[in-house]
Design a binder for this molecule. Sequence first.
Ligand SMILES: [Zn+2]
Length: 1024
Amino acid sequence: MTDVLTASFIERLRNLVQADAIEGWGVCEDCAVEDISTQSFTKIELNEKCYLVWEKGRKVRWFYQEFVLPEALNEYPLAGLTLRLALTWWAELAEVYINGRKVQEGDLFDHSCRVVLSSNVVPGEKVAVAIRLVSPGHDIGGLMRSRLIYESDYNEIDPGFVADELEVIQGYIDAFELDQPEINLDWKVDDRQYFHQSLEALRTSLLPLSSQIKQHTIFLLGHAHLDMAWLWDVEETWRAAERTFVSVLHLQKDFPELTFCHTTPALYEWIEQNRPEIFAQIQAQVKAGKWEIVGGMWVEPEMNLINAESIARHLLYGQRYCQEKFGEICRVAWLPDTFGFNWQTPQFLKLAGIDYFVTQKLRWNDTTQFPYEWFNWQAPDGSQVKSLMSSPIGEGIEPIKMAKFAWDWVRKTGQPNALWLFGVGDHGGGPTRDMLEIAERWKRSPFFPKLEFTTAFNYLESLESPKDIWNDELYLEFHRGCYTTHGDQKKLNRRCEGLLHQAELWASLASSIAKVDYSKSILESARKKALFNQFHDILPGTSINPVFRDANEEWFDVQDMSIDIQYKSLETIAKQIKFPSPPHPHAEAFIVFNSSNWERSHLCRIQARNRLNLECKSWRVYNLSGQPLKQQICSSNTDNHSVVLFYTDQIPAIGYCCFWLCPTDSIVTASKATLEPFTLENEYLRIDVDPETGELKSLFDKVSQFQLLRSNGNQIQAFKDFGQYWDAWNIDPNYEKSQLPGAKLSQISRVEKFEDLLCQRIFVEQTIENSTFHFTYVLEENSSTLKIETSVNWKDRHTLIKVIFPLNIEAGFTTSEISAGAIDRTTVPKTESEKAKWEVSALGWADLSGKNYGVSILSEYKHGYDCKPNQIRLTLLRGSEFPDPEADLGQHTFSYAIYPHAGNWKEAQTVRKAEEFCNPLQAIVLDRIPENGTLPPVHSFLDLQSDNLVLSSLKQSEDNPDEYILRCYECHGKPAQLNLKGDFEIVEAFDLLERPLQVPDRIRPWEIRTYKIKKRQDQKEGII
Ligand SMILES: [Zn+2]
């Protein structure tokens, strides 16, 4: 009976103790469990995958089957064995009843089980099984696996177990191309004892392989990925966390070896505040080395759409919490489920004391396989973090799968030992008793790698340094819709990031000048609310509707808190200013503030209120030397409010300039109405709007004498987008094949008709499908940027809207802003992985530059792009229905801008233009002119004196209220020098956690730098 190890040999052995039960189920609709026995059941057909399926929409199905336990299976006697039923379902809710008693519950995430039908099989015994399954709202329900498994006592030999061992051996032989061993088995199965001896002999003959296999270890680590919100709201997350943590603590009592890792300080903080007794047990297990805190960030955030300061704060608050509550910071960044990672991530992590980065998400790629399992991931500044593409999450202890993973790992990395993560996830859960018992059993097999529990950190430390380097972003070839879906989240995120920066900056300056309170706890709480909403199913727009209702309340809180602090801070600063004497008895003082670290000149808007009820007809803006400024009254109404638009020149970096607003009797009128009806023109640009379509017919750069557009620009394109199952996440890869009819113009008009005005506008209304788009083309005085203000009443579903700009440019690559940097991506993709980047993200701008000329698209919060050598398209809207059927329905307002420029984006200072586009200058009018001020009327508090450094944050130090933290980054990929000028001096360089760091003076290309600064003692008041 000499044989070789084949799949059919293994299958034959397995079939002695295992049988498929999927075809035996009778099905009926919902009823009470007591009434099951009286129902009539029908058989339904298996689908092509051999699943039993039924319709979506939370529809209930009962599956019923009565098993009469047989004497033998394929002649193998079964009496005395344990019978389990292994089930896998796809259902929102699952309940398993055995003989009328509920024995198991589950859901979409806890989607499989092995229930015991009999612990001592007696032939003829009857067992009735009823399963109640509820289909998901978004998808059909399914009963996918239903298998009867007879098992012997764990100390006895078991044909099913031996079959699995043989499969593990077979995998090992295949992976390392070893010679096939000869095997002998006497298939006289009806005599159990005899057959067991024969199986033992077979195993003994294979023992020489054991020592080789046992040179490998599979390290085990329990995990329970828990989304902060997804198909449930945040309140449910707290409950799921509590359940998960209690379950793990219990299991650790029975299985003291069990190690478990979990992320998210935001979650631990909730447990600490609301379940202190559980928190104390977690702390004790952390101390004992059994519970590992991983992650290092406040939550597991989205990593493409948040700015540099948000990433820095995830790390600052996350790591400081770990240090304070668990005695040390995390050394392992743990982001298994985030939808792609910006290229600067390694630098952020290294600056926060993190040595290792772990994800598994690129295993989800739809086109190419990520080439490395273990690699050095390098940021543009050269920082490297050792990175692991871990085993998948949400897995059980499945020895064959684990062995396959391990052999794969050994072959690809040359390292002998693999790490296997196990535990129910997404909605928490973690390891189960069954998983741990299976692990116990396999520990004893001579044909399985050693099994040992570990922590992520210990495992990673045990590995040899990786040899491969990945010097690029980690692009996920899958969830490309997340740059666009749920525009409200993107808008509120960008707005709050901007407001928080302003609030912290002005509060720092106000508290340093006037010794007023910095409002640290309010600012920290606002920051943490924003960080929470950046979670990888909230900001990407992939949760159910109630999650966004709650998130928006939080965003609005952040907005209110930061606006309030910003306004109070600006007022405090304003009151410290010494004004010269006013040019008019009723002159009002106002101040224009600039938070950018460069001098700014552009249009500014101010509200003039006639507080004294003067008999004035209009208002005039004067500079400090009494010269009237070029201005335009935009609106004026009966309750004495006017909006005055005026051109400001040279507002100092991180500083301000004072102006006067005076009542006047002369009405400033415009002179000539000579402009072409659909042309906008200033000294830089001439723009023609096509009166037939409302699109841009021409965009001419008067300085460079260059026509940017190859054909009509700002043209809307609509496509059918069926979303590739993960509806909110994915754009249909074939969307281009189903383009819908174009937009129809319903209205076009010129808003301002006079050429000497500061701001010219043309209004266009178009309809596409069932939705109406309003575009206002805006060209301002002294501006080389065409702004496009858009409002849409969005009514369409499964429709993708892009806006296209065909260009007279040929560019081999496109550059997009990322957090604290930029990335080039080819426009002529050659490899499969380059082609898979058919939709990419940009933070605030994307650029396409040819040899001498280029164009940047600046965008408030639309992040999705695709580019060709001579074309840019910006993605505006989608219409996904799962998991939120109402995603993006209703009103949207957003702006983007076209910035044509000579040279490339660096020479054109695109980074600054984008910041100016999103953060207009702030102006405040004072109730009365301060009397005892000492600050000069024009002032720069801080100047970095560098063209390629961008201020990312100015905040109070975490540890000393008299010291401040300045963070900046190099934005052009060139070395930089920081020469701090103004009221502050550098004390020392810090890392992101505000710990001292040794650094050279010169700043590396793309480097992020943090400094502790303090107010200069020898400060001289100087007017710049
Ligand atoms: Zn997740």
